[in-house]
Ligand binder design. Sequence first.
Ligand code: FAD
Ligand code: NAI
Length: 470
Amino acid sequence: PDHSFDYDVLVIGAGPGGYVAAIRAAQLGLKTACAESRETLGGTCLNVGCIPSKAMLHASEFYDAAANGAMAEMGIETKPKLNLEKMHGQRIDAVDGLTKGIEFLFKKNKVDWKKGLATFQDAHSVRVGDETVTAKDIIIATGSSVTPLPGVEVDNDKQVVVDSTGALELAKVPQKMVVIGGGVIGLEMGSIWNRLGADVTVVEFLDQLLPGMDGEVRKEAGKIFKKQGMTLKLKTKVTGVTVKGKKATLTLEPAAGGEEETMEADCVLVSIGRRPNTEGLGLDAIGLETNKRGQIEVDHDFRTSVDGVWAIGDVVPGPMLAHKAEDEGIACAENIAGHTGIVNHDIIPGVVYTLPEFAGVGLTQEEAIEKLGDKAKIKVGKFPMMANSRAKTNHEPDGFVKIIADAETDRVLGVWAIASVAGTMIAEAGIAMEFGATSEDIAYTCHAHPTHSEAMKEAAMAVTGKPIHI
Ligand code: FAD
Ligand code: NAI
């Protein structure tokens, strides 16, 4: 260790990027501290993101199954009674348990938690609260926060115009909810309240939901959410929201311009994306600039342009996902310790945790055609969940698996799945792609019966030949 510094490594931010980087650095023998301004560890993901949203999605799924007849179909006749306070209670318990778990892991690995907002003084020293902490290497893992929509003021306390944090905590099921932005947050949060009885309208600027996903998957998403009772207003933008008491009035306009219309709601969710957190971090003091999107640029090793300063997670370019942040945290700590840490950014799965789940890894069909330059250079195999014995038995007919392969080499370029357990199924596609698998490799791998994953095998069989069950 270099004794001229308090620590070998200081991590700023204790989200999935930062806390994982800190633990790995400590595991590698580096003296490590982590600065976090929140009262609890775990960042956006554990406190107000991945975990509480899944707690509400899971619970609301049970309610919906009882309320919409899905349980009755299986011979369980019941009339559900919503105890929303209790549902929130189990959400809070889940978050508490996991954030305390990180605190335990910090103690176990001897990572010092510096409580407070961190601001750079120079490239090796940071002010945290009223303490100055010096470190040989500093990792910026400050994450992201909600992108504001001009003309729309979020006030989570009032519970009328909210962001995702407010939408997790609504004390009452809104009668009419308008979601601005048909991306991941809008659809997950919209699903929760739709299941619990709200009348949900999703307003999306583009002509399809879920930008970034495969075209066919996006189209199917539109059909599925409509079937579940959501109203979709595509190609529409919100130009303003006014609040009077407990009611909001939205003004909308066609995305391409045109006649304005208004819409009433008792809850409006703003979910039009997230932006990197760099304000107040004192990047000026170290001469570190952000790019046009406000992100900190890094090289393959997660080094910034300033010697000794590294960055990972939502604050750097790439998908804003917890598992991407975690993997970057591990790789970055390994690089600092003199090992070789690598993240393959071409193979990062994305999952929307609705019912069914929407998942994908690698290229979309559109991207694959663009990359190879010709439609004839790819082959696509598809298999519907309706023909999968387990999905059919479980009354989960929606969705399909789709495999996109290079027509010449048969190498898998991308895999997309819509299924009740698509998020779990997509892991095997990621492994296959990491190992450079062909579609034939997947097709000749024995998959347990009866599982949803057999649809993966059959989609692979469909790439160059024929599946058995359709
Ligand atoms: P963050 O988790 O944002 O953590 C950064 C931390 O740094 C914060 O705790 C912040 O307080 C702290 N900080 C910032 N500045 C300073 C400073 N100057 N000093 C001290 N501390 C500071 N991703 C998934 O993969 N799966 C999901 O299911 C999923 N669900 C989500 C649901 C919602 C509602 C939201 C909002 C996000 C969801 N995400 C999900 C995205 C995921 O939460 C982020 O990608 C992930 O948290 C990014 O990790 P991070 O470590 O980069 O940053
Ligand atoms: P998003 O980028 O997924 O979706 C935002 C949507 O809003 C887009 O479809 C966009 O076209 C639309 N939009 C933008 N401006 C608009 C306007 N003025 N009017 C109408 N529509 C408009 O962002 P979202 O949903 O806020 O999520 C933020 C991030 O959080 C995502 O990048 C995602 O990676 C992460 N996240 C991940 C989850 C998961 O992995 N399951 C769950 C929740 C969030």
